[in-house]
Write a protein of this length. Sequence first.
Length: 601
Amino acid sequence: MKKRTKSFKVALCLALVLSTLAVYSQTYNHGFIAYDDDQYVYENATVKNGLTLPNITWAFTTFYYANWHPLTWLSHMMDCELFGPNPGLHHCMNLFFHIANILLLFAIFMRITRRPWRSFCIAGIFALHPLHVESVAWISERKDVLSTLFGMLSLYFYVLYTEKPAKLNYALMVLNFALGLMAKPMLVTLPFIFLLLDIWPLKRIQTPSFRNNRALIGEKIPLFALALVSSTLTYMAQRGYGAVIPLVNLPLPQRIGNAAISYCLYLGKAFWPSRLAVLYPIQPPAVTAVIFALIILLTITIIAMFSFKKRPYVLIGWLWYIGMLIPVIGIVQVGVQSMADRYTYLPLVGISVALVWLFADIGEDRHIRKGIITTITCALFLCLGWQAFRQTAYWKSSQSLFEHTLAVTDRNFTIHNNLGGVLERKGLFDDAMVHYKKALSINENFAEAHANLGFDLMREGNFEEAGPHLFDAVRINPKAPKAQGDLGTLLAVQGKFAESITHFEKCLQTIPDYPEIQCNLCYALLQLKRPGEALSHCTKALQLKPGFTDARYNLGMVFAAMGKNAEAAAEFSNVLAADPNNPAAKNALERLGQPDRSTVR
């Protein structure tokens, strides 16, 4: 009998794995997405360099990109160490972690409920729900699947600890919780979930009295302490990066209204997962919509509370959903999104638990045939799997993802700007500028779109129109390094060298390893007859980019200005060796010391 039961569990696990692979195996042929993947992987020099001692130290000490999640950085470094720049294998690692999470979820509910079909349904919804595509198909969301892996392990060891209160089980529970927080701070509310499970199905809490349950609460104090530390570090990182939106820009009543609406929209998409997007832009909520959302949330809460005695899982699942979304529901607003599919990765488990147990109990109470329930379950999984497969396909490339997002959202200035960047890299400059202008028509204070449009106009030689956009970009966001560098370049081309130097230096304060700007700063200093200062910047540019002929030409001009004609001639000869038809280098060999402004990039 035991052997038969074990074979049955293995069959259920195999079904979960195969169905997940059927949906997500296509990601092996997907590329990186030009939305965070650049910062996390393919343009991050530290990550691409792999697992070295300095890089490991950096992972634990940096607040780069508004987060403290060292294990996520180490995971990406490991991928680069093993797979190099191959995005398909990076995607495979995300899929591996997702499958591990599915099997752990199944194992956890099997252990605490001994109900294989119900546990299978919860794990199946988790595996195939289209809302989870973003967490799996987006390489940057490694932090989601990785933190959940440790969260699931923490939960599993907690269950073992409740069965056998051994110190090892407790230590492994705390350790995995800490590791999960170091992958993504979304897990800060997980101790709250442990308390909910103590009520049902573990039934460790029989009464709400603090005195009677003091020991159960006390055992979670180390977890709450770790959650507090993680929350503090995350807030420091996000505030320091400028990602936290001030109350002046987004008042508290608007945040609360958006939170209420988002809770309801997540529920709506859980039941009808359509029009899913990588970014839902935040909009001022209508008063009627907020009131309607609050009524829905209050009604569900009241129903769950009144049904607690007979069906405790409804309230437990509902509070799981409400509680796990609190860190990302927007009371502390980070970024420009009103909500995000990836935020439902763990919270949606609560809704699945409540519904699976509710419908299963109703089926048993009314003696509905198992064949009918099985048919309905299979149909549900087929629908979820097909929709998830279609949604995953949009993640094949940046262009397909952004075009889909613009088709299903309104006034999405961020994605218009990002699509413009994708088209620009394909050489479709006119199409790119159309999207930059659309972004600015929606949000005229969007610094990044001003910077991108200004750069493209400057590239076309339209300096008159480019200038105002670049000035607006640095006015709105003085910390935007590329905008500062581009503005410096424009001013240098216009002969305003003293002004250009100010902007080059501001750019290099943030991105010191920027060879083009090092080269242009060298050129500007040379025009102001400061060859001694110019020398170090040309040298730095060539260290960063050894085959950079513009920097080598400028270095030759620096040597000429310093009276080192032999060294200058050697540099101009090196330029001609790489580019035999370079007229400036030919001319410079004949007349050393006469600068040529064409080298400004």
